[in-house]
Design a protein around this ligand. Structure first.
Ligand SMILES: *Cc1c(COP(=O)(O)O)cnc(C)c1O
Length: 380
C-alpha cells in the first residue's frame, strides 16, 4: 500500500546539509539529528543519511522501534521515549546493539534499564549506555526535580557496578528561543542545576544537550556540547530566526483536466460555485494523503510556475485546482509545497496547523523520494 498513489514527497539532501551547517552555527557545535516520526515524514533513513552527510555526528529518535530503523548507519542513536516496561522488554536486545542509547528520566526507568524489575534477568554483558534526562520545565518527559539527586546517586552506583554508563545529560526547553522570558530562563537554570547535581554525584559525561531547533537558532547559550535538532533539518524554523532552506517538496501530476462553464459547482456539498468559464485540474491528493481539509478554499498550489487556488472541499483522495484561462495538459506536475511552490508555513497558516503537523501528516500513499541536485531517485 505504501507509495501506491501518484504523489511524491521529495527530500533534498543538499538543503538538509545546509540546514545542519546553519544550526551548528559559527562555533560548529556537534549535532545529533532527530529523525523521529519517520524523519518528520520524509523517511527516517533518508533524513538520517542526509544529516550525517551534512555533518551531523549522532542520531536520535523518540521510540526504540524508530532507533532500530537507523541503528546500522554507523553512529550512536539515542531513543528517549519509552515506558519502564518497554525498556525492560527491550533490554536484552538493547545490550546487543552497539549503536542504541536510551534516555533515563526516572528511577523506574533506571530499574528497568538494570533489569531489576524482571526477576531472574540475565547478568549484563556490557553496560547499557544512557543519557540522564532532566525535566527542564515541560512537565512532560524527563526526571522531575524531586527525583533527580536520587536518580544521579543510583546511576553512579550502577556505573560503579559496571551496569550502565552515563554518556550524556539532557534536558528539553518549553521556550527555546525566547531568551528573556521566565519560561526560557527557568528551563536553562534548571538544566544548569541538574548538571551541577549530577557532577556532585560524580557524573560528568562529555555530552550535555539541551537545545532543539528553536534554541539552536535563537539561544546560542544553550548549545552546551551537542545540539539535538529535528525540525530545523527539514527547514522548519519555529521562531522564524534561521534562514533555513526548505528540504521537502510535495508534488503530484494532475490526473485530469476539464473545462467547466460559469454556474458549475465543485466538490462535495457544492461549496464552490464557478463564476467564469475556467479550466480545472484534478490533484490526486486528499486528506487521506495529509492535505488538510481545513485548508479547503484557502490553499494554493503551483502549476507551471503559477499559483493556483484549490476550489471546494478537499476530498479524501483528491482536490480540485482552478487553472483559470490556461489549459495545461493532464500530467502537468503541481507543487503543493516546497521550493518554487507554496511554503509549509503557508500551508500551516491555511490549515491552522503547525508546519510539523502538515509534514508529518503526509500519508502512506505518497512515495518518498530523495532528490540530489539534478536527479530524482527512489529512496532505498
Ligand atoms: C522533538 C524533540 C526534539 C527535536 O525538536 P525540534 O524542535 O524538532 O528540533 C528534541 N528533543 C526532544 C525531547 C523532542 O521531543
Amino acid at each position: 500500500m505504501s507509495g501506491a498513489g501518484a504523489g511524491r514527497l521529495l527530500i533534498d539532501p543538499a538543503a538538509v546539509a545546509a540546514n545542519v551547517a546553519r544550526l551548528r552555527g559559527p562555533r560548529r557545535t556537534p549535532l545529533m539529528a532527530v529523525v523521529k516520526a519517520d524523519g518528520f515524514g520524509l523517511g527516517a533513513r533518508a533524513l538520517a543519511r542526509a544529516a550525517l552527510a551534512g555533518g551531523a555526528s549522532r542520531l536520535a529518535t523518540a521510540t526504540v522501534a524508530e532507533a532500530y530503523e537507523v541503528a546500522d548507519l554507523g553512529v550512536p542513536v539515542l531513543a528517549w521515549l519509552m515506558s519502564p516496561d518497554e525498556l525492560a522488554d527491550q533490554r536484552a536486545r538493547l545490550l546487543g546493539s552497539s549503536a542504541i542509547e536510551v534516555a533515563v528520566g526516572s528511577p523506574e526507568h533506571l530499574a528497568a534499564a538494570l533489569g531489576r524489575c524482571r526477576p531472574g534477568a540475565d547478568a549484563v554483558s556490557r553496560p547499557l549506555r544512557i543519557h540522564l534526562f532532566a525535566d527542564c520545565g515541560m512537565s512532560r518527559d524527563g526526571c522531575p526535580d524531586y527525583d533527580w539527586a536520587t536518580l544521579c546517586e543510583q546511576v553512579r552506583e550502577a556505573e560503579r557496578a559496571g551496569l550502565v554508563r552515563c554518556v550524556g545529560l539532557m534536558g528539553h526547553l518549553a521556550c527555546g528561543e525566547h531568551v528573556e522570558e521566565p519560561c526560557h530562563r527557568g528551563g536553562t537554570a534548571t538544566f544548569d542545576r541538574a548538571v551541577e547535581v549530577a557532577g556532585a554525584h560524580g557524573l560528568r559525561p562529555g555530552l550535555r544537550h539541551l537545545a532543539a531547533t528553536s534554541a539552536a537558532l535563537g539561544a546560542p547559550g544553550t548549545h552546551h556540547t551537542l545540539l539535538r535538532t529535528g525540525a530545523g533539518l527539514v527547514g522548519i524554523d519555529p521562531a522564524g530566526l534561521g534562514r533555513l532552506q526548505p528540504a521537502a517538496r510535495l508534488e503530484a501530476p494532475l490526473a485530469q483536466v476539464r473545462r467547466v462553464p460559469a454556474g458549475a459547482s465543485v466538490g462535495y456539498g457544492h461549496h464552490h460555485h464557478i463564476e467564469r468559464d475556467t479550466w480545472l485540474g484534478l490533484l490526486p491528493l486528499g486528506y487521506a494523503d495529509g492535505i488538510p481539509r481545513s485548508a479547503s478554499s484557502r490553499a494554493q498550489v503551483t502549476v507551471d510556475g503559477v499559483r493556483r487556488d484549490l476550489l471546494g472541499l478537499v476530498s479524501m483522495d483528491q482536490c480540485v485546482v482552478d487553472l483559470g484561462e490556461r489549459m495545461v495538459p493532464a500530467g502537468t506536475v503541481a507543487t503543493v509545497f516546497g521550493p518554487h511552490g507554496p511554503s509549509l508555513a503557508e500551508w500551516a497558516a491555511w490549515s491552522g496547523l503547525l508546519e510539523h503537523e502538515v509534514l508529518t501528516g503526509i500519508g502512506r500513499r505518497v512515495r518518498r523520494l530523495t532528490q540530489p541536485v539534478g536527479a530524482t531517485e527512489q529512496v532505498a
